[in-house]
Design a protein around this ligand. Structure first.
Ligand code: SUO
Length: 446
């Protein structure tokens, strides 16, 4: 049966802003409190989705979260009318207000870990929403993320949804940003790579000193168990703690894989040679392309600034692979030269396409952060909620939706404006109709 890799991108929510919430994420910290452009951000993301669709690939949309998260503000003791809650949080704890306003669910690489049916013992597609415990603004995403995933992949005959892992540091889980699958065809069983930042239970093991490691080995192992993966086709690799300390807060800032290609920086992992040998061994006889980028070719600093590895390597219907990169890669001379040499060299990647996702990049999210990959057979793709799959009509409907509901710009001061809350909920209510999601948001359920 034919199989595809579908990319499900997060639609940027109406409250997209720069709040400096992610310690260890250089872009988030350096753009703290810059003026944001929600409408431009959402349109940039949508245009990337539409371009990928036009390459002949299935492209899905994942709805954003309900923000501001008034419920969480109430849980934290803010009371009164919605307007009073926003004002009181603004006056006494603006960092909490900003956290409850974040549009961070746009980075759907962190929404969940997904394993395709070809790899799981029960032959179902498995989803585990990431608990994202390391960052408060993200730790409040998973309950609604789980509901959106269930409304998008609804058919229990094909899709199996798990709860997020327990909310404890031992199980810090950041989803698919630390997970890659290598395979021959998307419908054949593959090797799943889980990259972790530190051990959750053994403090004597290597770990970063300056910035947090967000993913633990224990979390990765739990997800592999839940997804019924075969240990003979699963590899755990530790991310190099030194690069986490240089701003590589997820593995997808320093490595990306697709089919028989693993594209990685030489400093990405610990124990690299042994791990690559294990991957090849578990992959079997077909030779993998390990595309290694040396520090002299691209420094860690350039990788973090340009997001060279936060790229999408896509297999087109022709079988050719292309790499989708942010325009920051084009603007960086060293990285652009590297990319030109990459597509000219003897490897499966034959072209590079640049997209402008600057609004997302300024918060540390590149093209790969914005998408969740879901490998699906033809039958499974037909079982997906079809309204979440982009076609010309849905593309137009979403463009109109963004243009009709979003503000051009937002500042911190705007976050206490109750009108912004009302605009946001009105927009989301309308969106659930466009995407036929049902009542996924708390405000639609009580
Ligand atoms: N995969 C990319 C994730 C980027 C995300 N940035 C943020 O949440 C920044 C939000 C802010 O600072 O306003 C993060 O660090 O988890």
């Amino acid at each position: 049966m034919r199989a595809f890799e579908a990319n499900f991108d997060g639609l940027v929510g109406p409250t997209h802003n720069y709040a400096g919430l992610s310690f260890g994420n250089v872009a988030s910290q350096s753009n703290a409190q810059a003026v944001s452009n929600p409408k431009a951000a959402a349109l940039q993301g949508l245009e990337k989705m539409w371009s990928v669709k036009q390459l002949g690939l299935p492209q899905g949309v994942l709805a954003p979260q309900q923000r501001p998260d008034i419920h969480t503000l109430k849980t934290l003791g803010f009371s009164g009318s919605d307007g009073q809650i926003l004002q009181r949080a603004y006056d006494t704890a603006p960092h909490l207000l900003m956290a409850c306003y974040s549009a961070s669910s746009m980075w759907t690489a962190n929404a969940a870990t997904v394993s395709p049916s070809a790899d799981s013992a029960d032959h179902k597609v498995h989803f585990t929403p990431a608990n994202l415990v390391n960052k408060f603004h993200r730790a409040i995403e998973h309950p609604v993320t789980g509901r959106i995933l269930q409304a998008t992949f609804a058919d229990p005959a094909h899709f199996r949804h798990h709860a997020a892992l327990p909310a404890h540091d031992m199980f810090g889980d950041e989803g698919a940003a630390n997970h890659t699958r290598l395979c021959r065809d998307y419908g054949q069983s593959g090797v799943q790579l889980f990259v972790y930042g530190q051990h959750g239970s053994d403090p004597s093991q290597p770990k970063p000193q300056r910035y947090p490691a967000r993913q633990t080995l224990e979390a990765s192992q739990a997800v592999a168990r839940l997804h019924q993966l075969d240990a003979a086709r699963t590899v755990y690799l530790q991310q190099n703690p030194d690069v986490i300390d240089q701003g590589v807060f997820h593995n997808d800032v320093i490595a990306v894989g697709n089919q028989n290609v693993l594209f990685y920086h030489e400093q990405a992992f610990l124990d690299t040679e042994a791990k690559l040998a294990e991957i090849q061994d578990k992959f079997g006889d077909n030779k993998l392309h390990f595309i290694r980028v040396g520090t002299e070719q691209v420094s860690i600093d350039s990788a973090v600034r340009s997001y060279l590895f936060n790229t999408q390597i896509l297999t087109l219907p022709s079988g050719e692979m292309v790499i989708v990169a942010p325009t920051e890669c084009q603007d960086n001379t060293q990285v652009n030269q590297y990319l030109q040499s990459l597509v000219a060299a003897a490897n499966p990647i034959s072209n590079v396409l640049f997209y402008n996702v600057k609004q997302s990049m300024q918060n540390g999210g590149g093209p790969a952060c914005l998408r969740l990959r879901v490998a699906l057979t033809e039958t499974e793709l037909a079982a997906v909620n079809q309204a979440t799959l982009l076609d010309a009509a849905q593309h137009q409907a979403l463009r109109d939706w963004i243009n009709g509901h979003y503000r051009d710009q937002l500042t911190l001061d705007d976050l206490r404006d109750p009108a912004l809350l009302n605009e946001s909920l009105t927009a989301l209510d309308h969106l659930t109709q466009i995407l036929k999601l049902g009542s996924v948001y708390p405000f639609q359920r009580n």
